[in-house]
Write a protein that binds this ligand. Structure first.
Ligand SMILES: Nc1ncnc2c1ncn2[C@@H]1O[C@H](COP(=O)(O)OP(=O)(O)OP(=O)(O)O)[C@@H](O)[C@H]1O
Ligand SMILES: [Mg+2]
Length: 300
């Protein structure tokens, strides 16, 4: 039995309506992805996925294991080929990886032989930035994630949360339009994870980025997202695109609307997480000087 979510509060509904008036950044149309079977056939993993996300929107993707969340992210990133359908980023068809999309994975993916600063500079060099700006921009992106003091450290000297902050800085440094995050915090302990969630929201509010964030954790999705894309498995299909019934920022998972949303999501997905009251994330104040993007259309 599905639990109905009550109508959105006026302020939340107005905000989402304004968000949908923004330029679509990502438009996925009837996307079908198949994988080969051992018998030489093919199996549908993603079945006619449709999704439009808007500039500076934060979308979480949830669904049972194997429903194709990572495959969807990798296909949008251009790392996998679709069988049919279309993916447009800022109106341009995706035909492979490009700097308008960056990915952060669950596994730590820093280059161990490069310093923290070196890791961020690497992305900037790959994006073809001039040597003269690489150093200063890399330092500013490290500042955004609060890791300037660790610029000369090496990945093995960092905690898991710090490694993911470097990975985020490295991804953002190339100034993508879309940041694809595949369970980026799921290897972190609960406290660190809560801090990272607050930190990511803080970063997202400061820059012009559309985030697609995959998670198994419904609390995490409800704390972070404007909208939550729910997939079901075998084959992966969109069940719903849920509008989160609260404004971004200090969301109260215990409020009646959020509780209803959570119960509604749980009816689709059996998340075996404990009822973590992890909303007490530290507020962080990150000094920022680099020109990141035009964020004058703030709707918060
Ligand atoms: N290259 C591939 N070859 C064969 N099967 C694949 C390939 N890539 C993905 N699959 C299959 O596609 C399905 C979706 O996998 P995917 O990793 O996208 O799921 P997921 O939703 O991210 O799961 P999880 O929550 O466990 O990370 C799975 O059944 C997986 O085995
Ligand atoms: Mg996955």
């Amino acid at each position: 039995m599905n639990v109905q979510v009550p109508p959105l509060d006026r302020t939340v509904a107005d905000r989402l309506a304004r968000l949908k008036q923004r330029t679509p950044v990502l438009k996925v149309t009837d996307l079908v992805k198949t994988v080969p079977t051992p018998e030489g056939g093919e199996r549908v993993v993603l079945d006619r996925i449709n999704l439009t996300t808007y500039r500076r929107e934060f979308v979480c993707i949830v669904g049972p294991s194997g429903c194709g969340k990572s495959t969807l992210a990798r296909t949008i990133a251009g790392l996998e080929k679709a069988k049919s359908g279309q993916i447009l980023v800022a109106g341009e068809p995706v035909s492979g990886p490009a700097p308008d999309r960056a990915m952060v994975f669950q596994a730590y993916t820093l280059f161990p032989w490069l310093s923290v600063l070196g890791n961020v500079k690497f992305g900037l060099r790959m994006a073809g930035k001039e040597a003269s700006v690489v150093e200063s921009e890399a330092e500013q992106w490290l500042g955004l994630v609060g890791l300037e003091p660790f610029a000369q450290s090496y990945p093995h000297q960092l905690s898991g949360g710090m490694k993911q902050r470097v990975a985020i800085a490295r991804a953002l440094a190339i100034q993508p339009r879309i940041l694809l995050m595949d369970e980026p915090f799921s290897a972190l302990d609960e406290r660190t994870r809560a801090r990272m969630q607050a930190h990511l929201i803080d970063i997202w509010r400061k820059i012009d980025i559309t985030v697609l964030f995959i998670t198994h954790d419904l609390s995490e999705a409800l704390l972070l997202a404007d909208r939550i894309l729910v997939l079901r498995a075998n084959p992966g299909r969109v069940v719903e695109l849920l509008e989160v019934p609260a404004l971004p920022g200090n969301r109260d998972l215990g409020s009646p609307a959020m509780h209803a949303a959570r119960t509604h999501l749980e009816s689709y997905i059996h998340a075996d997480e404990s009822n973590g009251e992890d909303t007490a994330a530290e507020e962080r104040n990150i000094p920022l000087t680099v020109r990141l993007a035009d964020v004058t259309d703030t709707i918060d």
